[in-house]
Design a protein around this ligand. Structure first.
Ligand code: SAM
Length: 547
């Protein structure tokens, strides 16, 4: 620790509570205070900034606790003299943690501060980050850097050109801005600039945070390391698939840090940080926030980051090698909103015996069961026990076509469940409402075979592996019709015939636990995934359903 520093503290640009706290820290440093609690006080400047913000949702400004930033910094290898950049620097907590790490690695304070870079769209956060690092340098090294390398700007568009290709480590917690909601969606002009910049890796629905990973790679070089906190949903979302595949080709995923749902005070989104680059290893490592334990997991295929999360959560690994997929033998589709509104205007309470088509919602589909008449269901803001559809003589054209397609034998599949839950509508008299997925076999004699394939333990493990993290919780499968269409089917075999037969028995005769086990075993054989672990995993999940 040096002699009291010559501080050039300037509170302009700082919110009053931050200026007050910063001047208190300044006084302590002037008095030669050396206690480690100064570190907490510096980190707390960011919190004071956060408390000032009124619209955190649309700017994605949720600041990272210091211990989380330090944990991530420890997961990336930062060597002496390395240039470290945070492209959404906020009040600078990641740079503060990186500065501390470098100091403990023996780097001098002037060298450290010279090698830190940050950019943020919010000028006040930039001012807070600068003062934080200046006070840190004064405290740790009797030094007062300008910190002009922390700049204001839209990182995805205005990062200084000389930063590109020159950063050894890129760390941080970029804004999470989902593109399905209008208050967080990009405007057209920005969208077209970003599309131009990122080319085929860009997608109109890609979360903003994932674009920061692409930027991070551009800022780095072949040996850089990158760790950015992201919403866990991007590990498996369709909109970021092209980006993930490109990243794996460019700076492969080396590890995955799982932060969980509770690391931020103000947001409950589940977060992870893919860690790219660094020492060679054949396996991928998975760490959980606050845990010393490391899992070694076989490197996933290109862009299949969700599979690491699935494996870390105990999902058995399956390799489905069938030559044909579901879409080769069936139409797999979801329904459009118009169909929902049309149904909503025609749904009514049915009689015990009623010839009208019955309605299916996700809540009414359980494994091998359609709970019509057994469960009260909410649809279009009303409650029904036997929802039926009163259809006019001549429905409008697009809906008449839809009705025709949906009035066939089909398999109905729920989304957001722990295992794939599906039911065969043999008579074709059940009308699905969104977001149910409908599988209509080209050859209706294969209905039970398709039910058996989709309901099998292997299909559930396959779906969880592909989509982990994209659902309401890490435990749920979030099925999309486009994904389900790609489900590999087993090769024709006696075991699949047996599975189809057992599926029919389970559906018609109640869910006898022994028959369910026999079904799981038969389909494990049919899929050539004869694993007891897979069977147990599936049975445990299916048993948690209503009896
Ligand atoms: C989730 S906060 C994280 C801040 C900081 N990295 C931390 O962990 O405490 C995201 C930050 O990104 C900034 N931001 C949002 N859009 C940005 C953009 N296009 N370019 C640069 N910064 C941006 C916000 O102002 C906010 O400070």
């Amino acid at each position: 620790m040096g002699a009291p520093a010559k501080l050039k503290f300037d509170p302009s640009g700082l919110p009053a509570p931050v200026a007050l706290a910063a001047s208190e820290i300044e006084r302590r440093i002037q008095r030669g205070h050396t206690g480690e609690e100064l570190l907490n006080q510096l980190a707390a400047l960011g919190r004071l900034r956060e408390e000032e913000l009124t619209d955190q949702r649309s700017s994605g400004a949720v600041f990272t606790p210091y211990d989380v930033a330090a944990e991530l910094v420890d997961r990336v290898e930062i060597g002496p003299g390395d240039t470290v950049c945070d492209p959404s620097v906020g009040p600078g907590v990641f740079l503060l943690a990186a500065a501390e790490r470098k100091l403990h690695n023996g780097e001098s304070v002037p060298s450290i501060t010279q090698n830190l870079r940050g950019i943020d769209i919010d000028p006040v956060s930039v001012a807070v980050a600068r003062i934080t690092l200046q006070l840190w340098a004064a405290w740790r090294g009797d030094h007062w850097p300008t910190m002009n390398s922390i700049v204001e700007g839209d990182a995805l568009i205005q990062t200084p050109s000389e930063w590109y290709g020159s950063c050894d480590a890129v760390i941080g917690n970029p804004p999470f801005l989902g593109q399905f909601k209008s208050d967080t969606a990009r405007d057209k002009r920005r969208s077209s600039v970003l599309k131009e910049h990122f080319g085929p890796r860009y997608n109109g629905y890609i979360d903003e945070s994932m674009l920061f990973v692409l930027l991070g790679i551009e800022l780095g070089h072949k040996k850089s390391r990158i760790a950015l906190i992201l919403p866990t949903s991007v590990l498996g979302s369709d909109s970021s698939r092209a980006a993930r595949e490109w990243i794996d080709e460019t700076l492969p995923l080396k590890a995955l840090w799982l932060g969980g749902r509770s690391i931020f005070d103000t947001a409950t989104v589940d977060v992870s940080a893919p860690i790219l680059g660094g020492s060679q290893a054949s396996d991928c490592r998975v760490f959980r926030h606050g845990s010393e334990k490391t899992l070694q997991i076989t490197q996933p295929g290109a862009g299949q980051w969700a599979s690491l999360l699935a494996a870390a959560n105990g999902t058995p690994r399956v390799q489905l090698t069938g030559r044909h997929t579901l879409s080769d033998t069936a139409d797999v589709s979801a329904d459009f909103r118009d169909a929902y509104y049309w149904l909503a205007e025609r749904v009514t309470e049915g009689e015990v015996i009623d010839p009208r088509p019955r309605l299916a919602t996700v809540g009414l589909i359980d494994p091998f069961q359609y709970l019509y008449g057994e469960l009260e269901v909410r649809f279009a803001k009303q409650r029904f026990r036997r929802p039926v559809i009163e259809i006019e003589d001549q429905p409008p054209r697009p809906l008449a076509n839809w009705l025709l397609r949906r009035s066939n034998p089909k398999v109905l599949v729920a989304s957001q469940t722990r295992v794939i839950e599906c039911y065969a509508d043999q008579r074709g008299d059940v009308l699905p409402s969104t977001p149910l997925i409908t599988i209509t076999p080209t050859d209706r004699t294969r209905l039970w075979h398709l039910l058996a394939a989709v309901a099998s333990p292997a299909a559930s493990a396959w779906a969880v592996t592909a989509t982990a993290g994209t659902g309401l919780s890490q435990e749920t499968v979030r099925l999309r019709a486009s994904l389900l269409a790609k489900l590999p089917l087993p090769a024709p075999s006696k075991r699949w015939d047996e599975g189809a037969d057992l599926a029919r028995q389970i559906q018609s005769g109640g869910r006898n636990p022994d028959t369910i086990i026999q079904f799981g075993e038969a389909m494990n054989q049919a899929y050539n995934t004869p694993s007891d672990e897979l069977l147990q995993w599936w049975i445990q999940r299916i048993q948690k359903k209503r009896p």
